[in-house]
Design a protein around this ligand. Structure first.
Ligand SMILES: *Cc1c(COP(=O)(O)O)cnc(C)c1O
Length: 397
């Protein structure tokens, strides 16, 4: 039996394989360089084009760009006038920005536990958390697999709530044939370095509601009634008014120049990741104690993350020990997510404790994100699989 690298054996790889990586080539560099040389650096024509392309791609009437998904989520809450004393339903199984933005508005995040298979909000547990103060629901499409949107939209309608989708993982995902971005009242995307496409940092909000798009656009730039393009370009005019208290959340043309190129490659990225995910599924199926990701029939998964579950008893090692063993084999992994209610700030502020959201906590102990991105090769997947098999053979019963 081969010795795992963590015990002094030879690592499966010589070179470290990161868990996530942006996929950038010359085209992005050229597009960004051209934009910089035009002298138009902040929000301008490239941002306009990028917004149009995203709105066409997801099939939403309006798209408003921001410097992050966090900013887009915050703008959505502002546009719907979520404020002091309001409650917003979301899941603890997310990145912290989903619930932080609720706190920016001095509203209260009300957590609903997840479905253990998809890690998405459990729709059957939403209604018991709705009160007279509830204003909105923020479902999170974990890993790129859409939530049960029919059920969520139905609940929202029955209780007169807004639906703001955290689609940071889900650009390119589909629910029953519909693109994510065209379903909820507002959908927020992320172009952070590791997401489905990237602009370094960046975000976008899409909606069918003209009034909300208009509000978001204004709030995105100090509450100004005109953006820089309408002030400094040849078609512009110097005068502007501040009509409300806004923020400085705008995207730059440099970011958009990169995003335009990335968006053209998105379908190719997803197809490649689909293929690699299928390969992982096939090769890991037989490993005792490892469960490959569950994918619903009526969705298109965009594979932002490939996550497995590790059953310590059957596998022979805990998830945390497997992380260390894989690292020794030169394979990077990560854990998505640490449930938000377990962070010290949230415990201190809201009195949360272990046991409050048992499904999220159980999934958190077992889940592991394996390397997956469009520039990975089949051989990289084979390396990860080989390392897992090697560790399983050594420690397993
Ligand atoms: C990455 C992420 C965000 C935040 O995106 P930024 O663009 O970095 O602000 C929000 N929600 C989830 C689920 C994320 O993974």
């Amino acid at each position: 039996m081969e010795k795992p690298a963590i015990l002094g054996g030879t690592p499966v790889r010589n070179e470290f394989l990161p868990v996530l990586r942006p996929n950038i080539s010359r085209e992005e560099v050229e597009s960004v360089s051209e934009t910089i040389l035009t002298g138009w650096l902040t929000t301008g024509p490239k941002v306009q084009d990028f917004q149009e392309e995203i709105s066409k791609y997801v099939g939403a009437r309006y798209a408003v760009s921001t410097h992050s998904c966090t900013a887009a989520l915050h703008l959505a809450l502002l546009a719907f006038d979520v404020r002091d004393g309001d409650e917003v339903i979301t899941t603890p199984y997310t990145f912290v920005s989903t619930s932080n933005v609720i706190l920016y508005q001095r509203a209260k995040p009300v957590f609903v536990d997840i479905d253990p298979k998809t890690c998405n909000i459990d729709p059957e547990k939403i209604e018991e958390k709705i009160s007279s103060k509830t204003k909105a629901i923020i479902p999170v499409h974990f890993a790129g697999q859409p939530c049960d949107m029919d059920r969520i939209m139905e609940i929202a309608e029955d209780h007169n709530l807004y639906v703001i989708e955290d689609a940071a993982h889900a650009l390119g995902s589909k629910y029953k044939g519909k693109m994510i971005g065209s379903i909820g009242d507002v959908t927020c995307f992320s172009f952070y370095a590791t997401k489905n496409i990237t602009t370094g940092e960046g975000g976008m909000l899409t909606t069918e509601l003209e009034e909300i798009a208009e509000k978001a656009r204004r709030l995105c730039l100090h509450g100004m009634d005109k953006d820089a393009w309408k002030r400094y370009s040849s078609v512009g005019n110097w005068f502007y008014d501040i009509t409300c208290l806004g923020f400085k959340y705008n995207m730059t043309d440099i970011q958009a120049a990169m995003g335009l190129v990335q968006l053209r490659k998105l379908e190719k990225f997803i197809r490649k990741k689909e293929k690699l995910a299928r390969l992982y599924n096939k090769k890991l199926k037989a490993v005792p104690g490892i469960k490959t990701p569950f994918v619903k029939k009526d969705v298109r998964h965009s594979w932002h993350l490939y996550t497995i579950r590790v059953n310590e008893k059957e596998f022979g090692l805990s998830r945390n020990e497997l992380i260390k063993a894989l690292k020794a084999e030169n394979i990077g992994t990560s854990v998505h997510f640490i449930p938000v209610h377990l962070f010290s700030y949230y415990r201190k502020t809201f009195g949360y404790k272990e046991g409050d959201f048992p499904v999220s906590e159980r999934v958190f102990r077992e889940i592991l994100t394996l390397p997956l991105y469009a520039s990975m090769t089949k051989e990289d997947v084979f390396d990860v699989v080989e390392a897992i098999h090697k560790i399983a053979d050594y420690y397993g019963k």
